[in-house]
Design a protein around this ligand. Structure first.
Ligand SMILES: *Cc1c(COP(=O)(O)O)cnc(C)c1O
Length: 422
């Protein structure tokens, strides 16, 4: 049963998505390719990203201002060239998604629209170990509305020993606080544990309660298939430099459900949110674009959109369902091997049930933080790029576009050696 080189090579050879690895630049140390398991933090560079940026530079060089309205991809429509692909990954209608800004900026813009606290319902519910930026954003919005976090911030504690949330517990906690909630803000996939949250169930409960439900999809988009429209999520935000491989600080995205389109929600306005029909007639009165575009403020950074366009084209070819199938098998195999062979020394925090995890596994060394640091150093010395999250978590992500069973094997071999020395 233990994965060996022969089996890893055969599984990689049989993988229908194997060729996609060549579309990415695999980082090297000296002459050797690294085992890159940090796609949950910064996805690898698609080789096409360079071409895509060069195309825009060439338009700037030869067309200059004319490139706004001519050439194969007129700049004034730059968002259009990523919209359909983003909608596919988000499980949304095209009008429900848009690429703009960065994640935290988009979160603030949408909180301004969807967080409308009242004396009776002042609260935002988040999870106890929310990503710090999300918590900062929420606390500052609570203060902006004249409330105090002590009364208006509810942080739900996990119930499982690994520090994860059983769906029953999470839903019961939401229901328990229901009549005080203005908004629920949760991740699609939790950054530390890698667990998937039950999006459809939370959305249903939020509607029963009568509060809004927003999602942070930083670790979910491009990792698990999403169906934001079907599920009835009110809004969502994501960044594009993790599983979406669009490069450091890439243009982020947002989703606003169709049922909120065309309504006058409180929001900040800029000329790029004005309807496209007469934006360039420079009217004094703001008339919002329909859909997610209404939240756009400025004309899009075209050079920064180029790698996103290149990367999304790869996702379209590969298909998120096929990627998920590979991800379930590949990450599932590593998880099973860890459970069977290393249960005495390593705890996998990430839930075992396929529906409750994505590509990432989060490990904790049972003998404590010091030994955890030693293991992390050993992995790194072996050319395995993963990351450490305080206090004691090692995160590994097998991204199905470019990771292989050979990568999983390299991890297992390193762990064997660590255990011998340990
Ligand atoms: C990576 C990540 C972010 C990043 O926010 P930026 O504004 O893009 O820097 C935010 N939230 C979560 C949960 C993340 O994992």
């Amino acid at each position: 049963m233990a994965l060996d080189e022969w089996e890893a090579l055969s599984l990689d050879a049989a993988c229908p998505l194997a060729d996609f690895r060549d579309r990415f630049a695999i980082p090297r140390r000296e002459d050797e390719e690294l085992v890159y398991l940090c796609g949950n933090s910064l996805g690898l560079m698609p080789k096409d990203a360079k071409t895509a940026i060069e195309e825009e530079l060439a338009d700037w060089q030869t067309l200059a201002v004319e490139a706004h309205f001519s050439g194969p991809r007129p700049w004034w429509q730059a968002q259009e060239f990523v919209r359909e692909d983003l909608a596919l990954l988000a499980g949304a209608r095209a009008s429900e998604v848009a690429a703009m800004n960065s994640l935290t900026v988009n979160l603030h813009l949408l909180l301004l629209s969807f967080y409308r606290p009242t004396r009776e319902r002042p609260a935002i519910l988040i999870e106890k170990r929310a990503f710090p930026s999300d918590r900062y954003a929420v606390v500052s919005q609570i203060r902006l509305h004249g409330f105090e976090p002590a009364e208006a911030l509810i942080e739900v504690e996990p119930d499982e020993p690994a520090g994860t949330f059983s769906p029953e517990h999470l839903l019961a906690e939401i229901a328990r606080h229901g009549d005080r909630l203005a908004l629920i803000l949760l991740p699609g996939v939790q950054y530390l544990t890698g667990e998937v949250f039950p999006i459809a169930e939370i959305a249903r409960l939020a509607r029963q309660i009568g509060c809004f439900f927003g999602l942070d999809l930083a670790h979910a988009i491009g990792n698990i298939p999403l169906s934001l429209h079907e599920d009835g999520v009110d809004f969502a935000v994501w960044c594009s430099y993790k599983y979406l491989n669009a490069g450091p600080g890439a243009i982020a995205g947002l989703f606003v459900h169709e049922r909120h389109h065309g309504q006058i929600l409180p929001s900040l306005w800029g000329w790029w949110g004005h309807r496209p029909k007469d934006r360039f007639a420079m009217p004094q009165e703001f008339i919002p674009a329909r859909g997610a575009d209404a939240w756009a403020l400025s004309n899009p950074p075209v050079l920064a959109l180029a790698p996103l366009r290149a990367s999304l084209a790869i996702f379209r070819e590969a298909g998120i369902e096929r990627l998920r199938a590979k991800s379930l098998a590949l990450t599932g195999r590593l998880q099973a091997e860890l459970a069977e062979r290393f249960a005495d020394s390593i705890e996998v925090i990430t839930p075992r049930a396929p529906a409750r995890r994505g590509a990432q596994l989060s490990l904790r060394v049972q003998s404590g933080r010091e030994e955890g640091r030693r293991l992390f150093a050993l992995l790194s010395a072996r050319g395995i790029v993963c990351d450490w999250r305080e206090p004691d978590v090692i995160r590994l992500s097998l991204a199905p576009l470019y990771n292989r069973y050979m990568d999983a094997l390299r991890v297992l071999l390193a762990l064997e050696d660590w255990r011998k020395a340990h």
